[in-house]
Design a protein around this ligand. Structure first.
Ligand SMILES: Cc1ncc(COP(=O)(O)O)c(C=O)c1O
Length: 498
């Protein structure tokens, strides 16, 4: 009977805990590589799931799921009572170019510059690739009126071809900027002229532009902890000293930030619906924050990413609506209210910055498409945008209710879901010392994509939690998914994965 690999061979399994690539994907890739490059030859016995999990310090469920996957794809075979073996008859000679990289081999870019090092440490790639249920922030994409959008898009292509098929305007389509200004007046209580609206390719480009224009290397940025992952990564990459500020029941804790951190050049906040905790910033805190910014010559980024979705009462106006001194850069996105692939968002800048931001947008490559901008302008002008949001709000409210009820019913031993009146996700606090990263890995391997709250943190919190997106999951399958989630958490709690 062939022996399972040990010692040197086990070193071929490269797992990097700090990587943004989930552990189960890393293990899966290692195994395939070792099989294809012949390090694990046909007929070779694989280590038992217990042995490999212990050796790598990861959950056994993760190893089990990866083994099942490679068996189903024909890389390996399970033999009852004997274990798992590399499949017989694989012609690995067909892959002579594949070599197993050793742990010490670093991607070459990392040594190039300090910026390359920060980029390599970035954690914000979770939004790419195939979308699995409960990934936070995903709209009901199957409910998007695609035919209608295509009609608007087709019209936009030919309306004014000399303009819309070229680069468009330096600060974005004028009609779209007007439509956005009107929308902000109606929905967010903001009085802004369209000159202050700069169209971007999503909120992320707005953060890049703000950091690019405003920050000098080493400047301090106060950042909500937990907070939006991709925005934080941008600030760090631009060389800022990103200082974590706790969030209390009134939102970003201003008094604590003043006490703990140097004066900031920039403050990043999500006042309407704190990302990810869901807190709405109190009026008192808003006024205090604005006067702090004015007195200390500091700028504020208000990330208003999902304020369209509020399920009770009228939304509080944006922080920006109270900003008579123009200290706030208000950032909006169509990624949640429409769909992320359109890559459209905007930033409302203080008047004095309008020209600089338009120039910076050009320097950094514009990114949004003039055709999509034109399409969106007409979509908004004709009331289609408001209509779509209204429909989605009703749908997401139902999905929120179904998820909350299912979590309370099936997961109360391991999770304490936190009720939310807004947004597209729900925070569920883990009980019994279950580690959120381990839970995330095990769930991901089983096709469920909640995010661990630790991913949103610079400083860890006292409790761990999972962030579960409900907006993109059909309410009819939520109960079944929650049953699966409960089963996995139970296994994790039993295996002492805390
Ligand atoms: C807090 C927050 N802000 C902004 C965004 C939107 O990013 P973008 O508009 O670049 O898609 C997201 C999406 O993940 C988010 O979670």
């Amino acid at each position: 009977m062939p022996k399972s690999p040990s010692g040197a061979l086990l070193q071929g399994f490269t797992i990097e805990r700090d990587s943004s690539v989930p552990i189960y994907r890393q293990l899966d890739a290692s195994l395939r590589r070792l099989i294809l490059d012949g390090s694990l030859p046909p007929g070779q016995k694989l280590p038992s799931t217990r042995e490999l999990a212990q050796e790598l310090g990861i959950s056994r469920i993760t190893v089990k799921n990866v083994y099942e996957q490679i068996i189903s794809e024909g890389y390996a075979q399970a033999k009852t009572g004997a274990g798992t073996f590399v499949a017989d008859g694989l012609d690995t000679e067909a892959f002579p170019q594949i070599r197993t990289p050793r742990h010490k081999d670093k991607p070459s870019g990392i040594e190039i510059s300090s910026r390359a090092r920060t980029i390599a440490a970035s954690k914000s790639t979770a939004r790419y690739g195939e979308v699995a249920p409960f990934r936070p922030g995903v709209p009901a994409l199957d409910q998007f009126p695609v035919k209608l959008w295509n009609k608007y898009m087709a019209e936009a292509m030919v309306r004014d071809m000399r303009s819309s098929l070229s680069y468009g305007q330096v600060n974005g389509n004028a009609d779209l900027r007007e439509a956005i200004a009107r929308h902000l007046a109606d929905a967010r209580g903001m009085k802004v002229n369209a000159e202050r609206v700069i169209v971007t390719s999503g909120a992320q480009q707005a953060f890049v532009l703000i950091a690019f224009v405003l920050l000098n290397h080493g400047d301090t940025v106060w950042y909500e902890n937990p907070g939006h992952i991709a925005g934080r990564d941008v600030m760090q990459t631009m060389g800022a000293n990103v200082a974590p500020v706790q969030v209390d029941s009134e939102g970003l804790d201003l008094a604590q930030a003043i006490k703990r951190h140097p004066k900031p050049a920039l403050i990043f906040t999500t006042p309407s619906h704190q990302q990810p905790l869901g807190t709405t910033m109190s009026l008192g805190r808003r006024l205090a924050l604005l006067s702090y910014a004015q007195e200390n010559n500091t700028w504020i980024i208000e990330d208003d990413y999902d304020s369209e979705f509020r399920y009770r009462g009228r939304p509080l106006p944006a922080l920006s609506a109270l900003d008579s001194a123009q200290r706030v850069f208000y950032v909006g996105t169509f990624s949640k209210s429409m769909f992320a692939a359109m890559r459209l968002g905007y930033v409302v800048v203080p008047q004095e910055f309008a020209e600089t931001f338009a120039a910076a947008r050009n320097l950094l490559g514009q990114n949004s498409s003039a055709v999509v901008e034109e399409t969106m302008a007409r979509f908004m002008e004709d009331g289609r945008f408001t209509e779509h949001i209204r429909k989605m709000r009703r749908l997401y409210r139902t999905r929120r209710d179904v998820l909350y009820e299912a979590l309370c019913r099936d997961c109360s031993a391991w999770l304490e879901p936190q009720w939310t009146d807004a947004g597209m996700h729900m925070v569920a606090w883990l009980k019994g010392g279950i580690d959120d990263q381990a839970a995330h890995e095990a769930l991901l391997a089983a096709g469920i994509e909640s995010l661990p709250i630790s991913l949103y943190c610079i400083e860890s919190l006292e409790r761990t939690a999972l962030v579960l997106g409900f907006s993109g999951v059909d309410e009819r399958i939520i109960p079944r998914l929650v049953e699966r989630l409960a089963k996995i958490l139970k296994e994790l709690a039993g295996a002492g994965a805390g």
